[in-house]
Design a binder for this molecule. Structure first.
Ligand code: SAH
Ligand code: SF4
Ligand code: F3S
Length: 438
């Protein structure tokens, strides 16, 4: 009988990719998708450890799943419960101690071994824990991904050697690893054959990617732009330190590379950037932005900011607000600093009081909202290439994405799903744009 798998994903796009790949790995064992945990024979929580709240959510979700698991057991049905991702990597033992009803705990680098773990969990009474950083890259063992829809993620790089003082990623994902170009090109070709038109390259430091051949990401993007069927390319998340000339040139020369770049800066204050160990200052970042905009005038930028990093004064915070205005970010993610166990910043003096963080977050978010809204209004009247990727909310309407990731509604026939069309933006709604054929 077919078995059903429910995967719940937290955290970044890398986890979204990993969740899809875990489902691919389990498909040969007979697992198809379930809509709810209640009806699943196996549930995987793919977790995120980046901030305290994210990690806490996992334990509260486990409490809920325990009840479902018990109810199923009473009805004579088994539910295998697995915790994957970055909380599993960082707190594997703790999970098994606090939630002994969990069957499998696995890190982000071992999910190609899931079939063995499932077999082992079925045999053994106890739990299976696998949070190694194996020598063999998991990518060599994963089945080919199944294309779904017209836009797909493709993981090209993992891990981080940068050690920003606030961040758990170097500990949960391990050292930087780049997949070989040949494997990436083959995966892209497969996706394109399956109808994918837009590929987003993923990595914790995606522009730190380097091929065995001495290639950098700019060269890889150039090769991917040649893959038949691939019409649009994006990459995320990049680090300012790894933005080299070749990649900047790719923005100038390749129409397939979308003019939208997520380039996290975290703070606008040199003092805080140094304490964060970011390896760049404000001026270097601004000069980089100038270079990018001079070769690609259409380019829009988004970023990540942390407010309330230890020692952040009012003046440091103002420097961040000022940088946001100066660069004119069209979108940004901002977070209150969250002390993470084992990271250097958690032990720093001068932790910022919670109410101050709240106030700064509110200010930074209001400014960003204003800039996003202004950008959306500046798009009215512009012609844009939009990838139509799903039906809209109303009959006869389709929904797509602009080059800047804005959702765009248009009246269009259903057969146009999966195509890139020229549209003229006519109106701004709170969370989307409206357009007509250009
Ligand atoms: N590799 C990427 C993103 C890593 S995590 C980069 O270098 O930018 C995504 C975002 O979470 C970070 O950019 C940062 O803004 C935020 N973040 C990471 N650790 C955090 C912490 N301890 N508290 C608050 N925000 C954090
Ligand atoms: Fe974390 Fe910094 Fe690495 Fe990004 S570059 S993953 S913020 S340590
Ligand atoms: Fe979270 Fe791990 Fe991604 S900590 S942000 S899921 S790399």
């Amino acid at each position: 009988m077919a078995k059903r798998l429910f995967v719940k994903t937290y955290g970044c796009q890398m986890n979204v990719y990993d969740s899809a790949r875990m489902a691919d790995v389990l498909a040969p064992l007979g697992y198809g998708p379930a809509d709810h945990a209640e009806e699943a024979d196996m549930v995987i929580l793919n977790t995120c450890h980046i901030r305290e709240k994210a990690a806490e959510k996992v334990f509260s979700e486990l409490g809920r799943l325990r009840k479902i698991k018990t109810a199923r057991a009473e009805a004579g049905q088994r539910m295998i419960l697995a915790v994957a991702g970055c909380v599993a990597q960082a707190e594997g033992e703790e999970i098994l101690r606090r939630a002994p009803f969990v069957d499998i705990v696995l890190g982000p680098q071992t999910y190609h071994r899931l079939p063995e773990m499932v077999a082992q969990a079925a045999r053994a009474g106890g739990a299976v824990l696998d949070t190694e950083f194996p020598a063999e890259p998991k990518f060599d063992f994963l089945p080919e991904p199944l294309a779904q829809g017209s836009s797909a993620f493709l993981s090209v790089q993992e891990g981080c050697d940068k050690f920003c003082t606030f961040c758990v990623v170097p500990y949960t994902r391990g050292a930087e690893y780049s997949r070989p170009a040949t494997a990436i090109l083959a995966e892209a070709a497969k996706l394109a054959q399956g109808g994918v038109r837009e590929i987003t390259l993923l990595g914790q430091n995606v522009n730190g990617w380097h091929g065995d051949e001495g290639w950098g990401l700019g060269r890889l993007i150039r090769a991917l732009a040649e893959v038949p069927g691939v019409e649009r390319l994006r990459y995320t998340t990049s680090h300012p330190r790894d933005m080299d000339d070749e990649l900047i040139r790719a923005h100038a020369e390749l129409p397939q590379l979308m003019p939208f770049l997520h380039l996290p800066v975290q703070s606008g204050s040199d003092r805080i950037l140094a304490a964060m160990n970011r390896g760049h200052d404000r001026d270097t970042y601004l000069r980089l932005v100038d270079r990018l905009k001079s070769v690609c005038p259409d380019l829009a930028l988004s970023s990540d900011f942390i407010v309330g990093f230890p020692g952040e004064s009012d003046a440091d915070f103002e420097a961040s607000m000022d940088l946001i205005r100066q660069v004119g970010f069209v979108q940004t993610y901002s977070f209150k600093y969250s002390p993470r166990p084992g990271t250097p910043a958690a032990a720093m003096d001068q932790q910022v009081p919670e109410p101050v963080k709240d106030e700064r977050l509110a200010q930074v978010q209001a400014l960003l909202m204003e800039q996003t809204t202004r950008f959306n209004h500046s798009c009215v009247g512009r012609e844009m290439r939009v990838l139509l990727d799903r039906p809209g909310r109303h009959a006869g309407q389709l929904l797509g994405r602009s080059p800047y990731m804005q959702p765009v509604h248009v009246k269009a026939a259903a057969h146009l799903i999966g195509t890139v069309v020229n549209l003229r933006i006519t109106k701004v709604h709170p969370n989307s744009l409206e357009a007509i054929p250009a």
